[in-house]
Each structure stands twice: as C-alpha cells, then as structure tokens.
Design a protein around this ligand. Structure first.
Ligand code: PAF
Length: 287
C-alpha cells in the first residue's frame, strides 16, 4: 500500500492512473477507523480499479469549542485496517499541504448547510465542502463514497458536485451499526459506560418514528414528538434537535409529511454530540 503526503504527488499519481484507463474510487476520512469506515472502503473496492482513501483531520470543519485537538488519531492502526480491506493508497496530507500560508478560498453550499446541524456547527459544512473540493482536486477520483450516517454532509456533497459540475459520482454507503443499533462513529469512544447505554436512545427514537409512520401517522409534529419523547426517557440525554426535513434540501418541514424526507436528530450525552437519521419515503400515488 502506498502512502502519499503531498498534493502534487497525489495529482501525478492519479493522472498516471487515469492515463492508464484505471477507475479511481475514493473514501475521504478523518481516520480512527471503525467498521463503518471499512464498509465504505469495501464499497469502493468493489467498484474501482484503485482505491484511494484520505486521512486528514480537517481543522476548518471544527468550531473553536469543538474537539479538534482531542479528535482520536492512530495512523498505524488505520494503516493496518485499510490494508486489510484492500485499500491501495492512503493520501495523508499535512495541514500545511491542504491550507498553505495565506489560504483564503472557501466553498459554501448555502441552503443545504443552513438547518439541522448548521445552527450548532456554524462553520462545519463550509469546512467540509471546502476540504472535499480540495481532496477531489488532489485525488481526481471517478467516484467518492460518503456514509449515510452523516446525512446532511452527504446532501451537501451531492449539491456541491451538482452545482460546480464536478466530474465524479457520489456513492452513498449505508450506516453501519453496533449490534444494539448505535450508529458507529469515531466519537463513540468518548462515551462513559452510562452515556453509552443512553446513546441507544437515538436508535430507539428512530424506531419509534418508524412505528408511528408505518401505522399511518403523517404529522411531522407527532413524529418529532414521538422521537423526542423516546430520547428523553433515557438518562442524561440533551436534545440538540429532532427534525423532519426534505430529503434533498435538508430544509425542515411542518404539517403533513410530503415526498421523501428525513428524520434527523442530534443528541448530547455529556460533552459528546451524536447524530443519526432515517429516511421516510411515501409510496408513489397512482394518480
Ligand atoms: O465525514 C468525515 O469524516 C469528514 O467530514 C470528511 C468527509 C472526511 C471531510 O473532512
């Protein structure tokens, strides 16, 4: 497996692959892998001739009070895990490579970034859109895989690629869960044993929303209330938001559920903020 640390070397490597007719699949990550990351790499492995992943803890997507300094890192462990699923290249740039002196160019995906996680993490999606644009320029992939667990991020990237006419496909990867249903996240390591128990509230809230929806409930407010009530039943949970939003624009809905939508939630357990989501599709009407 090859490790590349600079943008020009990554670009030269990808240019040569493209010239040789190879299909490049890309999985951007911030490292500290779990099975969820590996599942995205396996999706890339199945569809690509060459799989490139990036490991880069991107400073521009963390707010001043967020966990940039403490974000878990273990390059050697990540390297071994990536190798075990057949990754060919790890692109592992330094902060200076990605953000050279006097850096001043940012990409904002306006509407999709605005609500859900947007208010609590005001710089987050601008940082994600910017770093992904830069990673795509460095890696030049034919497709990139993004997890559905970070649902709003996936929609930000879909919109970014569409709006800027980028020549790559975005492939969604299903959320990977622990046996009890908790969505896998690098931040789960921060949870104390008691918080880990209450973290299950997110999955249970989604299940309650699904139960209501499947039994014919179509009121956004009733579904949000059912999910919120479930979360509050668990000790130590603090809801950041529980919202039903349009599945593509991520703009919250009210009244009756219409078209494809997503129930998205963010919950604090102590200092750790966890997110999860579930997509609801109304059956096509015959008319
Ligand atoms: O989902 C992540 O790990 C990050 O937000 C990403 C897409 C690698 C950008 O830094």
């Amino acid at each position: 497996m090859k490790i590349i640390e600079t943008v020009p070397e990554m670009q030269r490597f990808s240019d040569a692959l493209r010239a040789g007719g190879k299909r490049i699949g890309f999985v951007p990550t911030m490292g500290y892998f779990h099975e969820g990351h590996l599942s995205l790499m396996r999706i890339a492995r199945e569809r690509a001739d060459v799989v490139v992943i990036s490991i880069f803890v991107n400073p521009t997507q963390f707010g001043p009070d967020e966990d940039l300094e403490d974000y878990p890192r273990d390059f050697e462990r990540d390297r071994e895990m990536a190798e075990s699923v057949g990754v060919d290249v790890i692109f592992n740039p330094s902060v200076d490579q990605m953000y050279p002196d006097r850096y001043q160019t940012y990409v904002t995906v306006q509407e999709v970034s605005k609500d859900l996680c947007g208010p609590s993490r005001p710089v987050h999606f601008r940082g994600v859109a910017t770093v992904c644009t830069k990673l795509f320029c460095a890696v030049k992939p034919h497709f990139a895989v993004f997890g559905e667990k970070d649902y709003q991020q996936l929609q930000v990237i879909n919109r970014l690629v569409l709006d800027l006419g980028m020549d790559l496909e975005i492939v969604p990867g299903p959320t990977f869960r622990e046996p009890d249903g908790l969505a896998m996240s690098s931040r789960n390591v921060y949870l104390s044993p008691a918080e880990r128990k209450s973290a299950l509230s997110l999955r249970k809230a989604l299940e309650e929303a699904r139960r209501l929806f499947d039994s014919g409930e179509q009121s956004v407010e009733a579904i949000v209330e059912g999910a919120s009530r479930t979360i509050r039943e668990y000790e130590g949970t603090r809801i950041d938001y529980v919202k039903v939003a349009d599945a593509a624009s991520c703009i919250p809905l009210s009244g009756e559920i219409e078209g494809d939508c997503v129930l998205a939630l963010a919950v604090y357990l102590g200092k750790t903020r966890l997110i999860d989501n579930m997509v609801f599709r109304l059956p096509e009407s015959d008319e």
